[in-house]
Design a protein around this ligand. Structure first.
Ligand code: 5AD
Length: 512
């Protein structure tokens, strides 16, 4: 048995059963005395009463005492299961709060906040053992995440409920009854009016009540309507990681606050979503970190995403990074680079650097040189600092690195970057790489230019090649085609090679 359930069961016996037993016994004793007085009648009354009392007193004396009930209160563990069968508890058990593989269909109406609410609601239900379905017919629970912003938005939901009525009433008896829930702003605004008007609705949950969904669904399971439309001053669902509802989604929303205090004279939001409150920064950062992890994972997994990441460092000195207000130290940056390299082996990295920022010392500059050596970027964008009006540096800092020093430092950075990039790019010489053709080379019309999987430029002669998917067919590579190129030389900016054949992303066998 699950330890939690064991504890709950033991608890139930210790706390609830003695009370139940005692009250039941008291009733029986009372009834017994009544019966006695009414059944033993005829002879003289007092004698009779005396006899009855005597009989009752002697029976009472030989009967159980209060101590007896207290002793029996500690029911031995091995008897627990049989007691459970006898007497179902008067509250929801852990089991009842679980989804038991029931299938939930979620439908979202309205704004991005509702998209986020759907993800939160689903995260909570998923943890409770519910399954998700995108097929309405398959659903055991249908939840509409609703919007109240304009009248039309609500009308859409009423219409949808009319459609769902048929689904509910025609549900075969062989299946568990279909439960329908209204979540979000409309639940909050109309409250029990929905339950009264649309009898098919089983559950109402306002925007701050999604944690209560497993309980509401458990209550609905027993055939009762269940509602929680309490608004909260501090609910931000900070600890609940939203589950992105569509795996093919191209964007994700990170919600940073809930509710609204603006009270614009036309707007219902402050009344449906409650007081404005911000999510703790740490929980926002954690969510973004998880999303970034997913992006790294995708880049690693998918052949159609090139393995290149731009990680603009700006400086290798923690002191300068602080003056720049970049929000990270050199150590944190280097740690991130290691993490990216571990997540995507062979990833190509690029960066931006500024030479001669306000207050940059020679020591700071050498720190940047050492970072360039340490990371060995494949591509780099390096600039001398130029003070810009309106910036914080313009108002608060001094542009105190002389122009010639800025330029000298920039030259030094460029030299080190080129040396390191050439070294990194030369490891490709002799390899056959998959290249996405972009067009003719800017420098020569007889050459084609494309990009390898690290987004590095690859130049190769524009000659007739074989098409591997159409053996015997000779073609000229076109923009958008994939070709295999054997790399013959490398500089800091480009690779050169000769083209072997036209191929496809799937059919490619780039190797080194
Ligand atoms: N001076 C020099 N370089 C700058 N950049 C941004 N602002 C300045 C400036 N005032 C550089 C940074 C940034 C890139 C787009 O331009 O490196 O990442």
């Amino acid at each position: 048995m699950h330890p939690l359930r064991r504890v709950l069961r033991a608890h139930r016996c210790l706390r609830w059963r003695p009370l139940a037993s005692v009250s039941w016994l008291l009733l029986r004793t009372g009834r017994a005395s009544c019966n006695l007085s009414s059944t033993t009648c005829p002879s003289p009354e007092r004698q009779q009463e005396h006899g009855v009392q005597k009989d009752f007193s002697s029976r009472l004396a030989t009967g159980p005492t209060f101590q007896h009930f207290l002793r029996n209160a500690s029911v031995p563990q091995e008897n627990l299961s049989s007691l459970d069968v006898e007497d179902p508890p008067p509250y929801l058990t852990v089991d009842q709060l679980l989804g038991r593989q029931r299938k939930v269909y979620l439908e979202t109406y309205g704004c991005q906040m509702n998209v986020n609410d759907t993800e939160i609601a689903w995260s909570i239900l998923q943890k409770s053992g519910y399954l998700r379905t995108n097929n309405l017919q398959e659903a055991d629970v249908i939840l509409l995440v609703t919007c109240s912003i304009r009248e039309k938005a609500e009308q859409t939901i009423w219409n949808r409920l009319h459609q769902l009525r048929a689904l509910k009433t025609k549900r075969p008896r062989s299946r568990v009854p279909l439960r329908i829930g209204i979540l979000g702003c409309m639940a909050e605004r109309l409250k029990e009016e929905i339950l009264n008007r649309e009898k098919i609705v089983d559950i109402l949950a306002g925007p701050d009540a999604y944690r209560d969904l497993p309980r509401l669904l458990a209550v609905a399971e027993s055939g009762q309507q269940a509602a929680n439309v309490l608004l909260s001053l501090d609910e931000t669902y900070a600890d609940i990681m939203p589950v992105q509802t569509s795996p093919s989604a191209t964007s994700a929303f990170v919600s940073i606050m809930r509710g609204c205090d603006n009270m614009c004279s036309y707007c219902i939001v402050p009344f449906t979503r409650g007081r404005e409150r911000s999510r703790p920064v740490a929980s926002i950062v954690e969510e973004v970190r998880k999303l970034s992890e997913q992006v790294l994972q995708l880049i690693h997994e998918r052949d159609n995403i090139c393995k290149q990441i731009h990680v603009p460092a700006q400086s290798g000195s923690s002191r300068v990074l602080e003056a720049m207000r970049r929000g990270y130290s050199r150590e944190a940056y280097v740690e991130l680079i290691h993490h990216i390299r571990e997540s995507i082996p062979g990833v190509s990295l690029s960066s931006d650097f500024i030479a001669g920022f306000c207050g940059e010392t020679e020591e700071d500059h050498l720190q940047t040189v050492s970072l360039l050596r340490e990371v060995q970027y494949n591509m780099g964008f390096l600039f001398a600092y130029s003070m810009r009006q309106k910036t914080r540096a313009y108002h608060r800092l001094k542009d105190d690195v002389p122009e010639e020093v800025k330029l000298r430092r920039l030259e030094e950075l460029i030299t080190v970057f080129r040396k390191e990039a050439t070294k990194a790019n030369k490891t490709s010489v002799g390899c056959t790489q998959l290249v996405l053709v972009e067009g003719h080379s800017k420098r020569s019309s007889t050459d084609l230019c494309g990009r390898n999987d690290g987004n590095l430029k690859v130049i190769f002669p524009d000659v007739e090649i074989e098409d591997v998917t159409n053996s015997g067919l000779r073609v000229r590579a076109q923009p958008g085609d994939y070709v295999l190129v054997k790399i013959t030389s490398a500089s800091s900016q480009t690779l050169k090679g000769h083209v072997l054949c036209r191929t496809t992303l799937k059919g490619s066998s780039a190797y080194c």
